[in-house]
Ligand binder design. Structure first.
Ligand code: PRT
Ligand code: MG
Length: 219
């Protein structure tokens, strides 16, 4: 890759970038650009040996898996769908927290539908998570893959239910949906390329330790 000696960190814009800034600061790393303002996809830092690449949240594990980035940060939701091949996940950063839930339109009797063994249509971006969840419950489902605006699906008859992330619950409420199952808590993890962990251990270890100490300090 193009950064044989330095460290490349893959981050997504938005909440992950924002919540990672204090962790980076704890490791003595300060980005030289704000990705919300700059159109640059490669951002330098105060340290000549550390750079940040700005990726789509879903793509962070892929960049790290193939070594295009040595480390990155990804939500547990994204890591489950990716599968985790080629990655170490040494640390739960406890940032970008939310939960994975099942939601339906208000008035749809989900419990009754499950009880009578109905085959449910589930719209989601999280196919793996949804498949495992409903298989474990013994509920038969048809999964419909969407890439966003899942909340719309039950409202227009595309699906009986959705599997999506919920934080404040405001989005569900605004769309007349209710949470009927809490599947699992979600937070973001530090991910490290398995080869980099060996070849760049001396550079990565202090960053890892600083992140770990910063996470513990805020716990
Ligand atoms: O936005 P884009 O399509 O580029 O990608 P993305 O949505 O995957 O990225 P981003 O940056 O929005 O989210 C990155 C990570 O943040 C996710 O992978 C999660 O691990 C985590 N996270 C934490 C969330 C939320 N909270 C969250 N609330 N990701 C998405 N949401 C969405 C949710 O999907 C729903 O549409 O926010 C809406 C619900 O929020 P409330 O507050 O109304 O309940
Ligand atoms: Mg988003």
């Amino acid at each position: 890759m193009s950064n044989q000696t330095g460290i490349t960190l893959a981050l997504s814009k938005g909440r992950i970038f924002e919540e990672t800034l204090p962790l980076l600061a704890a490791a003595g790393i300060v980005p030289t650009d704000d990705p919300e303002k700059s159109r640059k996809l490669i951002i330098g830092t105060n340290r000549p040996d550390v750079r940040i690449v700005i990726v789509r949240a879903t793509d962070a594990p892929t960049y790290v898996q193939y070594g295009a980035a040595d480390m990155g940060i990804a939500g547990k939701d994204v890591l489950i769908e990716h599968g985790g091949a080629g990655l170490y996940q040494p640390l739960d950063l406890k940032i970008a927290c939310c939960r994975m839930s099942v939601a339906v339109q208000a008035g749809f009797d989900y419990a009754a539908a499950v009880k009578r063994g109905a085959r449910l249509r589930i719209a989601t971006k999280y196919i793996q998570t949804a498949r495992e969840h409903f298989a474990a419950k013994g509920v038969h489902v048809d999964l419909i893959k969407l890439y966003g605006s899942m909340e719309l699906a039950p409202l227009v008859g595309l699906a009986d239910a959705i599997v999506d992330l919920v934080s404040t619950g405001g989005t569900l409420k605004a769309n007349n949906l209710v949470e009927v199952e809490d599947i699992m808590p979600i937070s973001s993890r530090l991910i490290v390329n398995q080869a980099s962990m060996k070849t760049k251990h001396a550079q990565l270890q202090p960053i890892l330790e600083a992140f770990e100490a910063a996470v513990e300090a805020t716990a």
